[in-house]
Design a protein around this ligand. Structure first.
Ligand code: XMP
Length: 511
């Protein structure tokens, strides 16, 4: 398959580089800079990108590479550290910049007919982040762009198809960056742009059939996007040889269990063996009296694994365990290393079960690609665009002890809140929006009677990466309506709060 390799020198934007290249319908993979030249040669990539990195190329301990990389006849694009490394390895000079350059810089393209910059205005801007700079370009290279502080913002040797940019074309703050990356992969490397999710799905289905043969595969289905798309793909590949075990731990959102069953159960559109385990009582029992949040998480995780194992043991011989691992999971756990993604992220792999192997059909995909495959295979949009939901479910949205009564309250309140968000046309795609339950009861008055009831918290955050988040500025009318409905329709609630805190110092979930 046609592909671009991204050699990782520790840059924080490596995932973004991969995203941008995939957006050009070109497949790419990130490999650590320790990958040997022979391996790279054997992979026959159409092009190679060297990422940025936190080090200085002049330090002896800094990551480097075999200069033979530049003689493979394969186009190379060095970015930031990758650019400096290109300069250094080919005989140029890199020096401390004197003044570090961070953030926006005006970029002047000096060679407008450069294959990399064709179509880019001669004056544009770029995002810089560096303390060293290229002082002298290697023989054969010409300087193709500069900024006020950086005489060599880009250089190239078009004959050898070697390119380097000091700035970061992969970030949105370099407005023409996507154009440049597209020029590199499509024009300079000559990739055809045939990476489409419909083709991926078809190829993957064939590959799964070949790998699995007549064997049986077990998948822990949570109803989340990744495990659902994995189920859909496997179902198309091997039908009833796929067994999906869906554990209802009693901490799901309102109607969620039924929704999952309607898609994957008897009357859904997928051919597979669907097992829904009604384990609510068991989880409630295990959680009785437990108030410590970490303890709750642990109990839910352990119970989950135990239930899963018990079900698996009832199924007879199973050959493969399938997992909905996706590419960011692979990258996060160290490129090339083994990934073990637990169902729901709550427990880890079942310990007492043994399998011939693991099947991870989504391992190569980014989240939006996973969604595209899901739609392609006929999963409902509501499932494909489902909001992230923590593995321990409502267990971590109920502060203090989890009881069936509290679960009912938070399910009802959350359903109302989400209905009102939909009615108000709020785009929930960029965040997490839900109701949670405080452990606080207080006095209120309803009708002529005093009440002593719970306070519900509405939580709505906007976030890019779930590492930081800020409270959404929801319309007051929406909050007012949601509050009114929750008070009127959910028994046991007499106050509704809106959580205004950002993360940090708060977290997204409440407990
Ligand atoms: P916090 O509250 O830590 O949440 O800001 C960040 C993101 O992680 C999800 N989350 C979890 N996911 N198991 C999970 O699988 C957990 O125990 C858990 N706790 C939080 C949360 O929903 C948000 O998307």
């Amino acid at each position: 398959m046609e592909q671009i390799l991204i050699l990782d020198f520790g840059g924080q934007y490596k995932q973004l580089i991969a995203r941008r290249i995939r957006e050009c319908n070109v497949y790419c993979e990130i490999l650590p800079y320790t990958t040997s030249l022979e391996t790279i040669r054997a992979l026959q990539p159409k092009g190679i990108v060297l990422t940025g990195g936190p080090d200085s190329v002049n330090e002896p301990q800094s990551p480097s590479y075999d200069a033979g990389l530049f003689s493979l006849g394969i186009p190379v694009l060095g970015i930031c550290y990758g650019a400096q490394l290109t300069a250094k390895l080919l005989g140029g000079a890199v020096v401390p910049a004197g003044v570090s350059e961070y953030g926006h810089s005006d970029l002047f393209v000096d060679v407008p007919d450069s294959a990399l910059f064709s179509g880019v205005p001669s004056e544009t801007s770029c995002w810089m982040s560096h303390t060293d700079r290229i002082e002298r370009v290697p023989d054969g290279f010409l300087i193709t762009a500069h900024t006020g502080n950086c005489p060599v913002a880009a250089m190239e040797d078009p004959d050898r198809r070697l390119y380097a940019v000091q700035f970061h074309p992969e970030v949105v703050h370099t407005p023409e960056g996507a154009v440049m990356l597209r020029r590199f992969v499509r024009e300079i490397c000559g990739c055809s742009g045939s990476w489409h999710m419909s083709a991926f799905a078809q190829e993957q289905i064939e590959a799964l059939r070949k790998k699995i043969g007549p064997a049986r595969v077990l998948l822990g289905l949570s109803g989340g996007v990744d495990s659902s798309v994995a189920a859909a793909l496997l179902s198309r590949a091997i039908g009833k040889q796929l067994v999906c075990v869906f554990v209802d731990h009693g901490l799901l959102r309102k109607n969620e269990g039924d929704e999952v069953e309607s898609v994957f159960g008897e009357n859904g559109g997928f051919d597979l063996q669907f097992v829904r385990v009604q384990a609510q009582e068991r989880f409630y029992r295990a959680l009785k009296g437990v108030t410590d949040p970490e303890q709750k998480r642990k109990i839910i995780g352990e119970q989950f694994i135990r239930v899963f194992e018990e079900e698996a043991n009832k199924l007879g011989a199973i050959d493969y365990l399938a997992q909905g691992t996706i590419y960011p999971d692979v990258i996060e756990s160290g490129v090339g290393g083994a990934v073990i993604k637990s169902h729901h992220n709550v427990g880890g792999l079942p310990k007492t079960l043994s399998f011939r192997g693991i099947v991870e059909p989504l391992r190569q995909l980014f989240k939006d690609e996973v969604r595209a495959v899901g739609l392609e295979l006929g999963l409902p949009a509501s499932m494909v665009y489902r909001q992230p939901f923590p593995g321990p479910g409502l267990g971590v949205r109920i502060v203090g002890e989890v009881t069936p009564e509290k679960v009912r309250i938070v399910q009802e309140a959350d359903a109302i809140f989400r209905e009102e968000l939909t009615r108000a046309g709020v785009d929930v795609g960029k965040g997490q929006f839900f109701a949670a339950l405080t452990n606080m009861q207080s006095v209120g008055v309803m009708g002529d009677a005093r009440t002593y009831a719970y306070a519900v918290v509405l939580r709505a955050v906007i976030t890019e990466d779930f590492m930081t988040a800020r409270a959404a500025r929801l319309p007051y009318e929406l909050l007012d309506t949601a509050m009114n409905r929750i008070i009127n329709e959910v028994k046991g609630v007499n106050r509704v709060f809106y959580d205004l805190t950002s993360k940090p110092p708060s977290t997204i979930e409440l407990e």
